[in-house]
Design a binder for this molecule. Structure first.
Ligand SMILES: Nc1nc2c(ncn2[C@@H]2O[C@H](COP(=O)(O)OP(=O)(O)OP(=O)(O)O)[C@@H](O)[C@H]2O)c(=O)[nH]1
Ligand SMILES: [Mg+2]
Length: 287
């Protein structure tokens, strides 16, 4: 038979019989094949009907493969919820562990006292010698504290007076404060009083987690603020005092961890119910 169709291809059917076919003549129906002269040895030649069957079988294979693939996928999809899967307690299955608690720490203090140096030392174990005034930088670190995984969010604020106006906004978001001064600079120690007052005003909470930090403790020969003086002030405020060195890393972890513990403890305290007004109710009689 004369092949009047397009390019010829050969497909083997399931019994390994070769079937020659070609694309549709007009080329407008790609994928539909018309069997033409079988191109197999004469003794294996099958009838036209068998050739058709072979083509159908060959074309059917991808479809059946797709079907079995879908069936396999379906078997992996979770079965519809049962009473046990709806309530894991019934099946004894474990729930996903809760996300680690997030505690928000704010670094405050005068310019150049070492807020950024402390933060970078805590975050990356690095001491930065250069002084580059900060506008505001935020960091997050996941740590295991007292056996529990927690995340510490740190907002390193600007100590420079130029940014004083925007401090209120930053302080509002804080859950705890590291109030830093440099032991080599009395002005920075005096400024801690203003920072404390501003924080109490914005947070409206006398018991806000707060740590007074005397930094640059490595510069002993340049000390201007004595440890006793700083401890006295911390005592008046009812907050802990810690001396740190961002350069030697002394007490850096302690400062962040102690404050995080205070924040965590403050969150666990039950919210006290409103205090009943114990004044006697005044009655007036209108006659
Ligand atoms: N020797 C010594 N130098 C320190 C220490 N901490 C910070 N410095 C240096 O003090 C300078 C100022 O440090 P910063 O961390 O940038 O100060 P800051 O408080 O972030 O300043 P602002 O961003 O302007 O508020 C830098 O040159 C630091 O290297 C410290 O513990 N010891
Ligand atoms: Mg800074």
């Amino acid at each position: 038979m004369k092949n009047v169709n397009g390019p010829r291809i050969t497909i083997q059917d399931t019994e390994q019989r070769g079937i020659s076919c070609s694309y549709s003549k007009d080329g407008r129906t790609p994928g539909v094949y018309y069997p033409s002269d079988p191109c197999v040895p004469v003794q294996q030649r099958s009838s036209r009907k068998e050739a058709w069957r072979g083509v159908v079988t060959a074309l059917h294979q991808p479809v059946s493969r797709a079907r079995s693939c879908l069936a396999r996928l379906a078997s992996r999809v979770a079965p519809p919820p049962t009473a046990a899967t709806k309530n894991p307690a019934m099946s004894g299955a474990k729930k996903n562990p809760p996300a680690p608690a997030l505690h928000k720490v704010i670094m405050v203090g005068s310019g150049g006292v070492g807020k950024s140096a402390l933060t970078l030392q805590f975050m990356y174990d690095e001491f930065v010698e250069d002084y580059e005034p900060t506008k505001a930088d935020s960091y997050r670190k996941k740590v295991v504290l007292d056996g529990e995984e927690v995340q510490i969010d740190i907002l390193d604020t600007a100590g420079q007076e130029d940014y004083a106006a925007i401090r209120d906004n930053y302080f509002r978001s804080g859950e705890g404060f590291l109030c830093v001064f440099s032991i080599t600079e009395d002005d920075s120690f005096q400024a801690t009083q203003e920072f404390r007052e501003q924080i109490l005003r914005v947070k409206n909470d006398e018991h806000i987690p707060f740590l007074l930090v005397g930094n640059k403790a490595d510069l002993t020969e340049r000390r201007k603020v004595s440890e006793d003086e700083a401890k006295t002030r911390a005592g008046q405020w009812g907050v802990p005092y810690v001396e740190t060195s961002a350069k030697t890393r002394a007490n850096v972890d302690k400062a962040f961890y102690d404050l995080t513990r205070l924040i965590s403890a403050s969150k666990q305290q039950p919210v006290s119910p409103p205090v009943p007004d114990d004044k006697p109710i005044k009655c007036c009689c209108i006659s």
